[in-house]
Design a protein around this ligand. Structure first.
Ligand code: 26Y
Length: 840
């Protein structure tokens, strides 16, 4: 067999064509003469999969041979986006693929278009996980991702009469050509049942978790190729299937419908991604999903560990590092203990030492609503053994704390259990206690974790001589997807001016662009690059919205999940203000105003009423402005439906300005801010999340900063409690227009809803203190207007703008996930690169 493999064809266009024809005919059962573009995409995907598989297998064999320490990223979400273009780029197949398909009369772009976005994530956290995988592979780090293969990903957003309507996203359709089902790799996962005392195989007293339901977790592998390396890593996603034994029992009883019902119940587990990303509801199915994928993943990685000859448990921390992405997989703390103590018979104290050396936890959200807490009652039913383990851990933990601090409020704050009417298990506390390192995702956010989210833990860390248990790992994005693939014209400029594509794996090389930042030749090419991107965007908007835009206008974009804290509402209020200013002007005055196209896109959690209302408002305002002959040419506002990774890839390169305008202290990091700046867009932003660090790197002149600072928020809120701060007269005029029904003509329901949004800000229906402006929209509005005026003024000077754009894009080295992941590997995981040689 090995001999046969050696005859494997090289990556020349002809071998790609042959392989393509073979897959069309034999894998897809099409004929060479009669196939659709969708068939062609599938066959091309299978051509790539062959190469990916080979590299994946060889890489893994190499990691085993070298017996390297491995990193495992546990995440309930991966927003991977389309595979094909990325795989071609990372496998260094761009030229041969282009030639191969060109000769067959096909454009690669058209093939890419056929792929549906795998949207197995909500937003920032899931997309970050996907960028991380790309960097792990590119850095040749022996790291895998583990997650859930949801049958239904993030819902599709349809806009009907201006309102969001959710549609199911059955992304798998006829199957994804990039994934590899592994029916041979399955693990049993138990749910419910009870704990019994008994004897183990050695005849020792032990506790056994028995009964309940057992589902099988089946592996689906998604190869993740690195760029400029021979390594391909794996994203292993678990699908829930009924156990075989269970099925057989049912069949033998001739109880067909029960068997089918059991299958459905098992499959429920990996059926659907929960679409909220900030406030959690204690849904039992969600906890089941979390435990399901965590258990399968830990069983899998421990199996890999014990496959090593003469393994010793004491070596586990030298071979395994696990990262828990937010609280979602943090049941891992108890499951790791259970597997070690109950299944592997490791003594408790040693097991706890191993657990706390192997696990690490990342916090992504400041909002307290997002920290998961599960009712003890629910968890006791579902995971009785885990609740025992958590109880035992907590007992030991509390005893230690009482010995140190005596009985006081710090004990209740640090306990894993939250007392109250409904007793709960705080997953954040469990995660911190069970982790070696805890990290925030931007400098400011990490400070907030220490001072506000987990102050007592931080005190404890400091008191026990471990203040660096909490560390900062500023987020990043992968330049392969977000510059090279999304903006080929910009990638070509960088490569041409820098003389090589090394910048793609070492973004510090981009500094070399700075000496050209005033070069008129570069300016011409840079503006041409933006033009190309705007043209593509115009095509996209025409196709999706039937909207025509002026490609000379300033393009202003805000794309992210819809949240009150992200303040899309404030952006919309500003657009209304701009519209009112235009309306007041004479035609001659209007001619002098900078033309703008404002695009807002994003999904709202299906139960988030205010977020959905904001979408409706944006749509209604857009309808009025865009159809007003006085202003339609000068100002456009559109809501971009169904925002997703593939839409981001078109939108981001085309922006002049993007909005990252969260209330200071609310956005943990933000990552699209980085993507925009890498593509030569400038930012309107608050001093929040990673904006602060981007500004530090790129220079103050490249960012339009406004709004209050994080340390001022508490004082402002206190002031607001005593009464109002004044509402800016321009904002009052905007409110007036909304109240007058200018944006809800003939829609009494929408009118009432819009008024309720405005009333809430002014708090006219609450008595006494002013709590309506929780996110300081009213407070920050005037400085937001000033920042926007500065944008227009700066944009008027094309050469200056171009210089700032080049300066900013060339200063973004810090925000490559290559930098982020190197830090995780060094500081948290202790995992080293293991580049596979080409010949093994
Ligand atoms: C508990 C459940 C409802 C839940 C589900 C998803 C809670 C949180 C989330 C997702 C959070 C998230 O996406 N956070 C974002 O993480 C990004 C990557 O670190 C940050 O850039 C961004 O600021 C943060 O909001």
């Amino acid at each position: 067999l090995w001999k046969l493999m050696e005859t494997y064809e090289p990556n020349d266009p002809e071998s790609i064509q042959k392989s393509f024809a073979r897959h069309l005919e034999y894998s897809l059962a099409c004929t060479r003469f009669n196939f659709t573009m969708q068939d062609a995409y599938r066959a091309a995907g299978l051509v790539l999969r062959d190469r990916l598989l080979e590299s994946l297998n060889d890489t893994n064999a190499y990691y085993r041979k070298m017996d390297v320490k491995r990193g495992y990223y546990l995440s309930a979400e991966y927003l991977i986006g389309r595979h094909m273009q990325n795989a071609i780029a990372n496998l260094d197949l761009e030229q041969p693929f282009k030639e191969a398909f060109h000769a067959l009369g096909m454009q690669l772009e058209d093939l890419f278009h056929e792929e549906v976005d795998p949207a197995l994530g909500n937003g920032g956290l899931g997309r970050l996980a996907a960028c991380f995988l790309d960097s792990m592979a590119t850095l040749s780090l022996p790291c895998w991702g583990y997650g859930i293969r949801y049958s239904y990903g993030m819902f599709k957003q349809d806009i009907q009469n201006g309102r969001q309507v959710e549609m199911p996203d059955f992304w798998i359709g006829d199957g994804c050509p990039f994934e590899i089902p592994r029916p041979d790799i399955t693990y049993p996962v138990r749910l419910y049942g009870e704990v019994q005392e008994g004897l183990n195989a050695q005849g020792e007293w032990c506790l056994n978790w028995v009964g309940g339901d057992i589902v099988q977790a089946m592996a689906y592998d998604n190869p993740i190729p690195g760029f400029d390396t021979y390594n391909t890593n794996n994203l292993r996603l678990w699908r829930a299937c009924p156990t075989k034994e269970f099925d057989l029992d049912q069949y033998s009883a001739a109880n067909f419908t029960d068997a089918v019902e059991a299958r459905r119940k098992a499959e429920d587990l990996s059926a659907v991604l929960y679409p909220n990303d900030a406030s959690y509801e204690g849904r039992e199915l969600r906890l089941r999903q979390q435990y399901f994928f965590v258990s399968a993943s830990l069983q899998d990685l421990l199996r890999e560990f014990i496959k090593r000859p003469n393994y010793k448990w004491s070596e586990l921390p030298e071979k395994v590092a696990v990262q828990m992405n937010d609280t979602h997989p943090t049941i891992a703390v108890a499951e790791f203990m259970r597997l070690l103590v109950d299944v592997m018979h490791v003594p408790w104290d040693e097991a706890w030492e191993l657990t706390t050396k192997c696990l690490n936890y990342t916090n992504h959200t400041v909002m307290p609503e997002a920290l998961e807490k599960w009712p003890v009652e629910m968890m006791t039913r579902m995971l009785p053994r885990h609740v025992q383990i958590i109880g035992e851990l907590n007992l030991r933990w509390i005893n230690g704390l009482v010995a140190k601090y005596g009985d006081g409020p710090i004990i209740a704050a640090l306990s894993i259990f939250e007392e109250g009417d409904v007793k709960k298990i705080r997953m954040g506390n469990l995660a911190i206690m069970g982790s070696n390192k805890v990290n925030g995702v931007a400098a400011l956010h990490t400070e907030i974790i220490k001072k506000e989210t987990f102050p007592d833990f931080y005190k404890y860390c400091c008191d026990t001589g471990a203040p660096d248990k909490i560390v900062n790992m500023t987020n990043g994005v992968t330049p392969r997807r977000w510059v090279h693939c999304a903006n080929p014209a910009l990638s070509a400029i960088f490569t041409k001016y820098l003389g090589s594509h090394e910048w793609l794996t070492d973004m510090t090389k981009l500094k070399g662009m700075l000496k050209f930042k005033e070069d008129p030749k570069l300016h011409a090419e840079w503006m041409e690059m933006k033009k190309t991107a705007k043209k593509k965007l115009a095509g996209f908007l025409k196709e999706t919205l039937d909207l025509e835009i002026d490609q000379d206008a300033l393009i202003d974009i805000q794309i992210k999940r819809i949240h009150e804290y992200k303040r899309q509402f404030m952006n919309c209020l500003y657009v209304i203000h701009r519209y009112q200013q235009l309306k007041k002007m004479s035609p001659a005055e209007r001619e002098k105003v900078q033309k703008r196209v404002v695009l807002i896109g994003g999904k709202a959690a299906s139960a988030y009423v205010n977020a959905k209302l904001i979408i409706k408002l944006i749509n209604n305002v857009g309808k009025v402005i865009n159809n007003d002959p006085d202003t339609g040419k000068l100002l456009k506002l559109a809501f971009v439906p169904n925002y997703r990774v593939s839409a981001a890839e078109v939108l981001i390169p085309a922006s002049d300005i993007s909005e990252h305008i969260s209330t200071a202290g609310t956005e943990a990091s933000g990552t699209s801010n980085m993507k925009f700046v890498m593509n030569g867009g400038l930012i309107v932003g608050t001093m929040d999340g990673a904006n602060i660090e981007i500004r530090e790197e790129c220079g103050e002149d490249t960012m339009f900063i406004f709004g209050c600072l994080e340390h001022e928020v508490a004082g402002i809120a206190a002031k607001a409690k005593e009464g109002h701060y004044p509402i800016d007269s321009r904002l009052q005029a905007v409110f007036q227009a909304i109240r007058n029904g200018e944006f809800s003509k003939g829609e009494p329901e929408a009118h009432a809803e819009f008024c309720s949004l405005v009333d809430k800000l002014c708090n006219t229906h609450g008595a006494g203190t002013w709590d309506g402006d929780r996110y300081l929209v009213v407070h920050d509005f005037p400085s937001f207007v000033d920042a926007q005026a500065k944008v227009d003024a700066t944009y008027a000077d094309k050469a200056k703008w171009c210089k700032l754009s080049i300066q900013a894009a060339s200063s973004m080295a810090k925000f490559s996930t290559d930098r982020t992941i190197s830090e995780y590997a060094d500081v948290i995981w202790g995992v080293k690169p293991a580049p596979r040689p080409m010949e093994m």
